[in-house]
Design a protein around this ligand. Structure first.
Ligand code: NAD
Ligand code: GLY
Length: 361
């Protein structure tokens, strides 16, 4: 086991550590520090379980923890209340009590489902995040947003519920597809754009090493990303303002995902194109200059990500879908835009004609 970085998320009594390193998943000593009672339930899926479940089972066995597993089908379409119910059914049947621990082993889909189940089982049980995708290590496992989809909307049912710890094992990227690594890199690049221009410079210098799987570079990118997310969440845990900057490119991106059909464009791919659209509007507003666009397009391109939305999508399709975004209030579509490289704002105070120009472009 090698813990390369340890970072704290400071939320008073809901504070927790994030461990970033290699060979972390099966480490009984580490897991044992964050197990509460004498039983645990591991939630994973049919892709991740064959790769990583056994080592966690062995660790729990060595700690004398009674354990059960729920292995869900793989895919966003299984991020439903039915999956949550299957977790709760098993926990009740196996008599898991309020001191039981739910362990999420997988990407963001598994983390969101398992976290939501943990938030409602007997009004809340202990919860450990073991994220196995880049996207889930730098984004979804940190900050306490949990939930599932409703047939009428993505992530429409959920709760804020912080984990007991996050165990981010860089080794798990070894089995991740190149496309999923790229999708996660879009969120990493997002942190540079919204919060940290120096980190953006660092990404420009190191993107080739990151994309070829350099462990130390990846650990550093996960650390800085999690640190930025932690600092934002510490200031605004329940998204009454600042936290929405984490959604740069997401309002445009969600429209792309919805119109193109979920799964055809991965979330990170849609966010990449959406960030370039947000940058385009920020340039039209006169807030940033052309160089931010050029540098961003080049960085996303080197991370094998799209830099423009699908050509067949119309402005009307964008507007229709963007109108039901959670940030839309009283008909005003609030957007995350850039004031400068490394500084974002959430605003409805932009020129609507310029938004139409961005969509038409
Ligand atoms: P995902 O969970 O679907 O994982 C992507 C694919 O990779 C899946 O097929 C999965 O089985 C597979 N996989 C996972 N780890 C693997 C590994 N180590 N090796 C091989 N295959 C592996 O997708 P994701 O991108 O991790 O997460 C997307 C989800 O996260 C969405 O549902 C999104 O809404 C949610 N999300 C939540 C938050 C939040 O704050 N809670 C933030 C961003 C995204
Ligand atoms: N992924 C955005 C957030 O956690 O707020």
């Amino acid at each position: 086991m090698k813990i390369i970085h340890r970072l704290g998320v400071d939320l008073g009594e809901r504070s927790y550590p994030i461990y970033i390193g290699t060979d972390l998943l099966g480490q009984a000593e580490l897991i044992g520090q964050h197990i509460l009672g004498s039983s645990a339930l591991i939630v994973s899926n049919t892709t991740v379980a064959p790769l990583y479940l056994a080592r966690i089972q062995t660790a729990l066995e060595s700690l004398g923890i009674r354990q059960d597993q729920v292995i869900l089908e793989d895919g966003e379409q299984f991020k439903t209340l039915a999956s949550v119910e299957s977790i709760i059914d098993l926990m009740l049947r196996q008599r898991h009590d309020r001191r039981s621990t739910i362990i999420a082993l997988g990407g963001g889909v598994i983390g969101d489902i398992a976290g939501f189940a943990a938030s409602i089982y007997q009004r809340g049980v202990n919860f450990i995040q073991m994220p196995t995708t880049l996207l889930s290590q730098v984004d979804s496992s940190v900050g306490g947003k949990t939930g599932v989809n409703h047939p009428l909307g993505k992530n429409m049912i959920g709760a804020f519920y912080q984990p007991q710890c996050v165990i981010a094992d860089i080794d798990s990227f070894g089995t991740l597809s190149a496309r999923e690594l790229s999708a996660g890199m879009a969120e990493v690049i997002k942190y540079g754009l919204i919060y940290d221009a120096e980190f953006f410079d660092w990404l420009e210098q190191n993107i080739d090493g990151l994309m070829t799987g350099d462990v130390d570079l990846l650990a550093q990118a996960v650390l800085v990303s999690c640190r930025i997310k932690a600092r934002v969440v510490e200031q605004d845990e329940r998204e009454s303002g600042l936290r929405a900057i984490l959604n740069l490119g997401h309002t445009f991106g969600h429209a792309i995902e919805a119109v193109m059909g979920y799964g055809n464009w991965l979330h990170g791919e849609a966010v990449a194109a959406g960030m370039i659209m947000a940058i385009d509007l920020s340039i039209r507003q006169g807030w940033i200059d052309e160089s931010v666009r050029e540098r961003s397009i080049e960085l996303l391109r080197r991370a094998a990500l799209p830099t423009a939305p699908p050509a067949e999508m119309t402005p009307e399709q964008f507007l229709e879908t963007m109108a039901i975004d959670k940030k839309t209030v009283d008909g005003t579509i609030k957007l995350v835009l850039l004031r400068k490289l490394g500084e974002a704002c959430v605003t409805g105070d932009y020129d609507h004609d310029k938004l139409l120009q961005t969509l038409a472009a």
